[in-house]
Design a protein around this ligand. Sequence first.
Ligand SMILES: Cc1cc2nc3c(=O)[nH]c(=O)nc-3n(C[C@H](O)[C@H](O)[C@H](O)COP(=O)(O)O)c2cc1C
Length: 200
Amino acid sequence: MSVLDTLLTRVSVSALQEPAPTGPVLDRILEAGLRAPDHGRLAPWRFVLIRGEARIALAEVVAQALRLRDPAAPAEAVAKQEAKFLRAPLVIALGARIRPDHKIPEQEQLMSVAAATMNLLNAVHAEGFGAIWVTGANASDRNVQAALGIHPPDALAGFLFVGTPIAPPTPVRRAALADHVVEWTGSQAPFRAAPGSSPR
Ligand SMILES: Cc1cc2nc3c(=O)[nH]c(=O)nc-3n(C[C@H](O)[C@H](O)[C@H](O)COP(=O)(O)O)c2cc1C
């Protein structure tokens, strides 16, 4: 498959099973992440690998964090969150080392981690595995972050769940180019304003 075909056929996969990439294959996938563009050469990427029994420990951290956020959380809701961290053989916490006082804006530092994550997703697919990028309440929970060694001002850009797709991935849902790409010819704002937005 050409590189472009790899990019065009990637889909997010949430139904995952063993095995996950390991050894040199995993290293190459991670190295692809580290090839993300990086303004100022700050290298903000901090990936935390969670696999095997460690996933059970992380699931317990997630459950405890949910109970602290919501002491009335039903047992089923807690179990659902725990199960998320056990369903994939490899979880990668997407840490961002943020330097708040640097001339490179924090947003750009975080964007580099997002770009690295996209490279990871594509590299996982290129190696015949599947993955999905997930954020949500667990990723923004300070207790979950602290358990993973991520402390402010550092950030957690989410989790990548990685493994082998249980079923063949569903065909790619392609956005229509015409909805997302225009030619700017020198004057008017090329995209229609979003409803409720005010002109700048
Ligand atoms: C920053 C970010 C956070 C996301 N968080 C979640 C999430 O918490 N739960 C979820 O189901 N999908 C989440 N998604 C969406 C999936 O990762 C995925 O992009 C989406 O299911 C579309 O699938 P596709 O990649 O095959 O187009 C997130 C995507 C991004 C970019």
